[in-house]
Ligand binder design. Sequence first.
Ligand code: XMP
Length: 509
Amino acid sequence: MILIIDFGSQYNQLIARRVREHRVFCQIEPPTINMAAIRKLNPDGIILSGGPSSIYDKKSPRIHKAIFDLGIPVLGICYGFHYMADTLGGTVKRSKKREYGFADMRIRSHDHLFADIDDETTCWMSHGDTIKKLPRGFKITASTPSTRIAAAAHIKKKIFGVQFHPEVAHTPQGKKIIKRFLFDICKCKRLWTMKNFAIQAEERIRETVGDNRVILGLSGGVDSSVTALLIHRAIGNHLTCIFVDNGLLRLNEKEKIEKTMKRHLAINIRFVSAKRRFLSALAGVTDPEKKRKIIGKVFMDVFEGEAKKIKKAAFLAQGTLYPDIIESRSAFGGPTSVIKSHHNVGGLPKKMKLKLVEPLQYLFKDEVRKLGKTLGLSDELVWRQPFPGPGLAIRIIGEITSRRLAILRQADDLLLQEIKAAGFYKKLWQSFAVLLPIKSVGVMGDKRTYENILAIRAVTSTDAMTADWAKLPHKFLASVSNRIINEVNGVNRVVYDISSKPPSTIEWE
Ligand code: XMP
C-alpha cells in the first residue's frame, strides 16, 4: 500500500485515485499520524501531498522527519517537496507571486522517476514558494524556465520531489510518473481489485461483529445496497435492514426497491410504512431547513422504534464513503457554514448506543459501483443516480401536499424514462424534476389554463462538490417538455435549470 500524507491540497483525493487506477491500495492520513501508526501500516511508499500553506507559516503542517529514515521511498509533491527540502537541510524561498498554469519542462535526468518521460514535456504548476537550494545528496532532475528546481531526487535514499502536480490531467505525462514511482521505485504489486477487497472486507466484518446483530438503514441507493450485500455475505441473517417509506419517494420506488432487493439479496428486510407520520409533520411547512430537520427527526424516531424490536443489535451499518471520511478530518477542516442540513443517520449510533460498521469507508463512489458489480448487483442498481434522503420534499418548493407529490412523481418518472431511453442516464450525475410554487397562464385546446411550472435539473459531476448543468440537446428537451405538458395534469410550463454548482446547489432546497 501507499500512504498519502494530506497536507491539505485540493488535489489529494486525485492522487489517491491515480494510485488506485493502477490497482494499488492507498490510504490518506493527516500529518498528525504518528510513527508507530506508519510502521504498522507498513507502506511500500509514501506520497507527501501539496497544500495551501507556505513552509514559513507558523502553523504550516509537518510530519515527523523520521519518515525519511524508514528506508521507504518518498515522493513529495509541491508543498510536500518544500517540506522535504526544508526538513532535510535545503532552502525554500518565499515568493510574492504565485506561478499558476502550464509550464514547459526539461528533464535533466532520466533515471528512476522520469525514465520514460520525453526530454521536453509540459507540467502543471500551482505554487508560491520555490526551492532555492537542495539538501545534501539531492540532484536536480527537471527544470522549467521559471523554476530551476522543478524536480529533484536523492537516488540512494529513494526520495523524490516534484514542484509540479503529476496527479492532474494538465500534466500529460503525470500518470507515467506516478506509475514509475509505484512499480519501479516502490515495487508495488497490482493487488487492489474489488474481488480481493470483498474477501478482506467480509473477514473484517466477521471479526468486528462477532456473534452480534447488525442493523442497516436501506435507502435503495447504491451505497446502502452494496453495504447490505457485503455484510450479508459476511454474517448472513445476523443482518437486518430497515427500509422506511417516508411517502416522499418517486413513482413506484418502494415496489421497485422491494423487488430488486428481494431478487438480489436474500436478506432480512423490514419495510416500515410511515407516510402519514412524515406528511402530517410536514403539513404547512415551506421553509427548506425546517423541512429537512423535520424529516431527519421523524426518520430517527421511526427507525429507532423499528430497530428496538431487533434483539441483540449492537451495530449499525452505514454506507459512508472515503470522501466523507477524508473531509471530516482534513488537516484544514475547520467549521464550515451549514449550507443544508443533510439528512443522514449520523445521530443514530449515539442515541441508540450502537457501534458503527462502515465497510465502504475506504472506497470512492466508482469503486463502490465496481464492487457492486463484483458482488452481482444488477446494472440498474449499480448505476442508480443519487437520491437525497429527504426525497421529493426538497424538490417541491413550498408546501408539500399529496396532490403536489402526485404531480411531481408523474413528471419525474416521465423525465427519467426519456433520459434512460436517450442513453443519458449513466452520463449524468443526477437528473430530476422540481415543482415550483408559482403558476403561469397557458392555452390548451383553445382554453386558458392556469397551472404549475415544472423545472428540469440535470447535472454532470464526479463528487457532487461541484457540478455543471448538463448541455442536453434542444431536441431532447423539446420532446420532454412536450410530453410533460401533454401528459401530466396540472403542469402547463416546463423550464430548464442552467445553473452550475457553485454558486447554485444541485437540489433546489
Ligand atoms: P446539493 O444540493 O447540496 O447536493 O448540491 C449535493 C448532493 O447531495 C445530495 N443531497 C442529499 N443526500 N441527504 C442525502 O443523502 C440529504 O439530505 C441530501 N441533500 C442533498 C444531492 O442529491 C446531491 O447529489
